[in-house]
Ligand binder design. Structure first.
Ligand code: 2M8
Length: 465
């Protein structure tokens, strides 16, 4: 556990306290009343994994408010158990493209979701960070607040289990322990991990559409290309055609990826739900099921580990091909935080050391050109690397946060502390809680006042330096 008490760390400096105030100010400013905009202008709605990180930030200010964030998100959960990637809550004054009409989920029959869908949503999902957030909320709840928070966690817990069940079954019909993703928007949009799979897709002209993102940022080079967007929209059209029915999608749809990063988050999240089992009064059946999913996930990641590179390898289900690229996702076994105990301990100990070596190698954090020794989203040694373009090179604080948590859990506490210090220095520098950072110059990029950046800042600041 990193931060056992709410509030700033006991050894916080004046600068830390000022940064904390600013981070809290971003969450308060983006608070839309029980839910938080992912960013004030670029992302005006409620995003799934953003909400989880945001709840971690809120937990340092008000654990009740933190839980409200997740309760609102899970109120939009689909009958299948899927937690949608966006809940469109902002209303017409806050335009976002593509909006609910592109997804047309209320007319989806395959899921049985419509017409009883509780909210306008998209029809895909994002990494399941939510259980990590609930665990943090519980850790930070002061004794006097525990009875009320416990009741609310008890009520939310079955929804979390249903969410994990959806991922472990509908998204893994092979029982491989690895989650199949359907769309680049299921986490790391224009990561080069998807390039080959997208290049195979013959996207017919999607017709005229107006992107708001590039206009909002004023610099299209920081965003996915139109080539990407044509394919993203084409894939949404296909998902609509298959009525968001997982069985149909699996049969006909062209973009199915065993995503090792997404799978790793599920492993860590299953462990978090097991940690919360007593608090939530989980049944024996749920506990056994969660332990099985955790074990299967760990085995699935171990099977995708490449000893030569020390990295974990995604798999393109349709093309039946490995996706061998040096990106942050290669550290999936670290992100899973489950390398030391359990059934696969022997196998995993070797992987842990290899991963730690790869992390600080010249391909990643050991590249001498880096402003800070922080993990870039794509290795600068990779031909696809672009230092300013979204998930193709920049450093993302939320990924750094998942990594510092993982390193701490795995006992690499000195490296975790260094990464936390560097991340805080990065955020405290230029800019205003940027979405992502140029790895060589440290320049803030993307949206400013990004909620999840402020949220992880609050969490980092609560840990002793
Ligand atoms: C980014 O994705 C959205 C689409 O979902 C976009 O580019 O418009 C990604 O970084 C995603 O992971 C994140 O959840 C979202 C909101 O921060 O923005």
């Amino acid at each position: 556990m990193l931060n056992a008490a709410p509030g700033p760390a006991p050894d916080a400096t004046e600068e830390d306290l000022a940064l904390r105030d600013r981070a809290a100010g971003v969450l308060r400013e983006n608070d839309a009343g029980g839910w938080t905009r992912a960013a004030p202008r670029l992302y005006p709605h409620q995003w799934s994994w953003d909400s989880a990180f945001i709840a971690i930030g809120w937990a340092h200010l008000d654990t009740g408010r933190a839980l409200t964030e997740l309760e609102g998100l899970f109120a939009a959960q689909w009958p299948t158990g899927m937690v949608p990637h966006i809940v469109f809550r902002a209303g017409p004054d806050h335009p976002y493209f593509p909006g609910p009409e592109w997804w047309d989920c209320p007319n989806s029959v395959g899921t049985g979701a419509a017409p009883g869908l509780p909210a306008a949503t998209t029809g895909i999902c994002q990494p399941p960070v939510h259980a990590l957030a609930v665990r943090r909320i519980w850790e930070l709840t002061p004794p006097a607040g525990r009875p009320a928070i416990r009741e609310r966690i008890r009520a939310l817990y079955p929804r979390l289990v249903a969410w994990h069940r959806y991922l472990a079954t509908q998204r893994d019909p092979e029982g491989s322990g690895l989650v199949t993703t359907y769309h680049p928007w299921e986490g790391t949009d224009n990561s080069p991990r998807w390039d080959r799979a997208l290049a195979r897709i013959q996207a017919p002209d999607p017709g005229p559409y107006t992107r708001l993102d590039a206009r909002e940022l004023g610099d299209p080079s920081q965003r996915p290309a139109d080539w990407d967007y044509d394919r993203y929209l084409h894939l949404v059209g296909l998902l609509r055609k298959y009525r968001y029915d997982d069985a149909q999608i699996y049969r006909h749809y062209p973009f199915l990826i065993k995503d090792v990063f997404f799978s790793a988050v599920l492993v860590a999240a299953n462990a978090a739900l097991l940690d919360l089992a007593d608090v939530a009064g989980a049944s024996d059946g749920d506990r056994e099921q969660l332990a099985r999913w955790l074990d299967r996930g760990q085995a699935g990641l171990a099977a995708r580990f490449d000893a030569g590179s020390g990295l974990c390898v995604d798999y393109d289900v349709r093309a039946e091909q490995d996706i061998r690229l040096r990106t942050f996702a290669g550290f999936a076994p670290l992100f899973a935080r489950a390398l030391e105990d359990g059934q696969h301990a022997g196998q995993c100990a070797g992987q842990r050391d290899a991963q730690l070596r790869a992390l600080d190698s010249g391909d990643f954090c050991g590249d001498p050109r880096l402003r800070w020794r922080l993990l870039p989203s794509t290795s600068p040694a990779e031909p696809a690397f672009e230092p300013r373009t979204y998930w193709r090179g920049p450093v993302w604080p939320v990924i750094s946060w998942l990594l510092t948590e993982a390193l701490t859990a795995l006992g690499a506490t000195a490296r975790a502390a260094e990464m936390r210090r560097d991340s805080l220095a990065q955020i405290a520098g230029d800019g205003d809680f940027a979405e992502y950072y140029e790895p060589f110059t440290g320049k803030p990029l993307g949206s400013q006042c990004q909620s999840w950046t402020a949220a992880v800042t609050l969490d980092w600041l609560a840990a002793p330096r």
